[in-house]
Design a protein around this ligand. Structure first.
Ligand code: GDP
Ligand code: MG
Length: 597
């Protein structure tokens, strides 16, 4: 295809502003998918994505559009993940296209993820077309939202397109704007092949499928290609475009987007952002800015029933096949037995994986508190990464500890600003900026990632009744006064409840945890001390009183069948319990004890 008849674009939006609905409309209006095959949200493939309305993996679709100028254009839409956890994938897919539709819900205005994503688009030198969605709703205020886009983002919004992705109003204008306002790609057919690896996934029939954007040169079926970062070479077995179902194609030239398969074993062998070239006639240099995405949040995953360990291993292996940014290694815990220490790109990523393990593989899991990577500067001058608070070495060997910090951007109606500031302050935040656009405030905080990974997002939603939006990026490591706090139940340390806390917060955190555990652990026949300790020194203590009598005897006297039923119920309940010495702890306790109010 002639370069001047190609347009490559992405859609950037805050969650729920209508990105998927708009994509569906574009696909539908151009007849890319027959009407009878249309199902809502064509591009969101995984069930969990659909349920939560989030897009996790970038995906793409090729649309043929006969424009008003009489020519037919090929429009390639790359659907980028909208969530902060996948910021690197977003930035890569942005580099694969030349323009973006900036979708803003005309009843809401610009939100935190709108900002984060549009800045990525600006960074990638995109031409940006603002699109105001949901103008069918009486509450929509297009003029105000235009002013809001100009104030907050600083781009011209006078030529925004007003649409309703739901009713289809304005969609033809969007298609024309893509052709007229976005630039055609550039590239040279005669140069050696240079293509960007935009995304990859595992397909149970085809194996690893790789989504690419060709910059220069031509790729054909049967070509011997090479990945420049990993150095591995493969033969191209299948070359297709996504409409969005795969349609085989003879070649992909400059500016084009498509997929290939090449008997690649694991998604891990394909690094997003890598450069693909011909093995025999490689391009001179790789595309700039490659960086592998690395996990920043860690937690332990243990089967509730030790007999499920092998099933868990198999399930984790299967999931890692398709997700190179999810890491795992075996871990043994004195309290929880055999399990895995897993690394994730962020909290949502963690939740998605845990959900899939429980739902698709039907394994009951105990998830230990999420933790971040600390840098331990040892007295001998070495630096060690600490992924698990349980592995914290004796403090006498440690000179100081650094923790990862983030820059968090929060947008909130000013009525709730006070609550947001308090929350950030409570989480050891340092305010960096506070600005207003109309009645909305934008506040920027420097926060320890550790204080955010757990329940920050839930708390933020609840103190602002859901009106705040949030986005973050890592800004580096900084020293602070951090200690490991242990929890002892019946005088035995429960390693799964060990956490790193700031020294000044340790007492209050410890007290809160002991109080919670006292409610979460059922009473036993004996009294149970629950303590929080730092380096052997107890800083908080609660006592769970003993049960006075046998439960069954107390409740039901001599009724044999009811007594049997009760015992059976207790047995079933035990599946979700863990034995620590003489004490049984229910699995919710591990997560709930760490929630902060
Ligand atoms: P995404 O998270 O940006 O992909 O948003 P979705 O496309 O999933 O849309 C979020 C919600 O807004 C869904 O319930 C849509 O049906 C609804 N929605 C999308 N576009 C419109 C619109 O133009 N008008 C109205 N009234 N609702 C819309
Ligand atoms: Mg969506």
């Amino acid at each position: 295809t002639d370069l001047k008849n190609i347009r490559n674009f992405s859609i950037v939006a805050h969650i729920d502003h209508g990105k998927s609905t708009l994509a569906d409309r574009l696909i539908q209006l151009t007849g890319t998918v027959a009407e009878r095959d249309m199902k809502a949200q064509m591009l969101d493939s995984m069930d969990i994505e659909r349920e939560r309305g989030i897009t996790i993996k970038a995906n793409s679709v090729r649309i043929e559009y006969p424009a008003q100028d009489g020519q037919t254009y090929i429009l390639n839409l790359i659907d980028t993940p909208g969530h902060v956890d996948f910021a690197y994938e977003v930035s890569r897919s942005m580099r694969a296209v030349e323009g973006s539709l900036l979708v803003v819900d005309a009843t809401q205005g610009v939100e935190a993820q709108t900002l984060a994503n549009v800045y990525q688009a600006i960074d990638a030198d995109h031409e940006i077309v603002p699109v105001l969605n949901k103008i069918d709703l009486p509450a929509s205020e297009p003029e105000q939202v235009k002013a809001n886009i100009e104030d907050v983002i600083g781009i011209d919004a006078s030529e925004s397109i007003e649409i309703s992705a739901k009713t289809g109003l304005g969609i033809p204008d969007v298609l024309e704007a893509i052709v007229k306002r976005l630039p055609a790609p550039t590239g040279d057919r005669d140069k050696p092949l240079k293509a960007m690896l935009v995304d990859s996934w595992y397909d149970s029939y085809l194996g690893v499928v790789v989504l690419i954007r060709v910059m220069d040169g031509v790729i054909k079926k049967g070509d011997k290609i090479k990945m420049m970062k990993t150095g591995a070479a493969y033969g191209v077995d299948k070359l297709s475009v996504l409409k969005p179902q795969m349609v085989d194609i003879a070649e992909l030239g400059p500016g084009e987007i498509g997929i290939f398969t090449a008997s690649i074993k694991q998604v891990r062998d394909t690094k997003v952002g890598d450069t693909i070239t011909h093995e025999k006639k490689p391009c001179a240099e790789a595309l700039p800015g490659f960086k592998p995405s690395i996990p920043v949040v860690f937690c332990g995953l243990f089967p509730v029933d030790a007999a499920d360990f092998e099933d868990l291993r198999t399930a984790i292996e299967k999931l890692s096949l398709n997700d190179a940014s999810f890491s795992s290694e075996m871990e043994t815990s004195a309290a929880l037995g055999f399990g895995f220490r897993c690394g994730f790109l962020g909290l949502l990523h963690l939740e998605v994986i845990r959900d899939r393990l429980e739902r698709e593989y039907d394994i009951d899991l105990i998830t230990t508190a999420p933790s971040v990577i600390y840098k331990l500067h040892m007295k001998d001058g070495s630096v060690e990464d600490l992924h698990n608070p349980a592995d914290m070495p004796d403090l006498t060997y440690v000179d100081h500890i650094e923790e990862p910090r983030i820059k968090a951007t929060i947008m909130v109606p000013d009525d709730y600003l006070g609550d947001v500031l308090k929350l950030c302050q409570d989480r050891r935040g340092i305010q960096m900026d506070l600005t207003y656009a109309g009645s909305r405030a934008m506040v920027v905080y420097d926060l320890p990632l550790n204080e955010v990974v757990f329940d920050f997002y839930d708390r933020l939603k609840s103190v602002t009744k859901g009106y705040a939006s949030f986005d973050y990026q890592m800004i580096g490591y900084r020293e602070d006064n951090l200690v490991k706090m242990q929890i002892l139940v019946n005088d035995e340390p429960v390693d799964a409840l060990s956490t790193m806390v700031h020294r000044e917060r340790a007492e209050s955190r410890g007290r809160a945890m002991c109080e919670k555990l006292k409610d979460l652990i059922p009473r036993h026949m004996f009294k149970i001390p629950i303590q929080a300790a730092i380096g052997g020194k107890v800083i908080a203590r609660e006592t769970l009183a003993a049960l006075r009598k046998d439960v069954t005897a107390k409740c039901y006297g001599g009724d044999a069948t009811r007594k049997k039923k009760l015992l059976e119920k207790q047995k079933a309940g035990k599946k979700k319990m863990r034995q620590f010495g003489k004490v049984e702890i229910p699995q919710e306790a591990f997560i709930n004890a760490l929630k902060m109010d």
